[in-house]
Design a protein around this ligand. Sequence first.
Ligand SMILES: [Mn+2]
Length: 458
Amino acid sequence: MSAERARVTVFDTTLRDGEQSPGCSMNHQEKLRLAHQLDRLGVDVIEAGFPIASDGDFEAVKAIAAVVRRPIIAGLARACHPDIERAWEALKHAAHPRIHVFLATSDIHLQYKLRITRDQCVTQARDAVRFAKSLCDDVEFSPEDATRTDPEFLCRVLDAVVEAGATTLNIPDTVGYTVPAEFGELIATIRKRVKGIEKVTISAHCHNDLGMAVANALAAVAAGARQVECTINGIGERAGNASLEEIVMAMRTRPDRYPYETGVATEQIFAASQMLSEITGVAVQPNKAIIGRNAFAHEAGIHQDGMLKNPLTYEIMTPKSVGVPDSKLVLGKHSGRHALGMRCEQLGYQFDRRALDDIYRRFVRLADKIKHVEDHHLLELIRDTHKPAASATPLIEPIPAEQAAAVNVPTPSVPVPEPEPARPFPVVSATNAFGLPLPVHADPHHEQTQQEDYLWGV
Ligand SMILES: [Mn+2]
């Protein structure tokens, strides 16, 4: 069965596109740590950075290339010689290097950002890929803003770069504008029209501005793309990139609809997610699919009862399959007796029906006051209920809400760093897109490295 499934390459760009998002800068050691975890996770390609963006980025790409030897290590470059040379300098000792060249192709970018004609765009893309190819066998090309590019012209650019030696054509929905059916059609058009397309891999790079990044990436795969670009926790520019964990688990949970294989060791997903949150200090939203704190939590009584009888009732994948230790039954006011009884048993107390009813009534009253009843509350309640003068004892004092919330955060060993203050977006000058890095207006409050000034890419 698995032999029939097509293999999809997982290209992780957490360290490049992800790192470009506000508040997600990482230092050298942190990037290395995360790169090792991405290796354990089994991604096929790690885009380690944008070497010309800063010396820090250059050094990080170089260091990752030196020590992470299994996956392909990619470095981003604009379609110009200085960028490509710098990327190659950082990558050349990698076991499997890839130069990723990008150039915008939409009229709006050509006219207002690059100030070049379509013909100039084709020439520049071809020359850049040819130069990259002279240094490195593995060359990926991205027509930035592809989804807002005239498809006719897009195919013309892709023809030129395939001829120049590109081995992967990545189709970026840079601004998160496309929708699944449209994106699938675009991929199908490219497959039909671009000369030599059968020799290259088509890739999708989707952004989540309309909440459709993962759906768009999956639509691209269904239409023939065989590489997906994604990030851990879906971090990335603006609303983020397609989330690696969602794409991979969609394929794993619905092989009937997505009969594709990846090399991802899904049990490493949770660890990767936790590590990234810890490093950046950017928490994952509690209801985030796959790796949010509540993704495997069941509070409603009827759900809890079903879960205890058979997890398949409400669980389409197991927490274990993504590396979450166990699904959490959150005890709250919607919980039922069965769940309460089970938790009491796990805490070492077995009660007959009447005793459990008694505890249950007190439990519901307490849960009304404090949202989540933690084990220590429950223990207090049990002791209270069963001491001799129980009936005369008032219910335990509800703890203040903020204290209860603090107790409830399930990250015991990880100190939560101060959130970084929001920084204004630096304004990038529109001149000279082809020579040296663009000058950037200094932000007096901007203490990080210059990488964040490169707030554009594919
Ligand atoms: Mn991007």
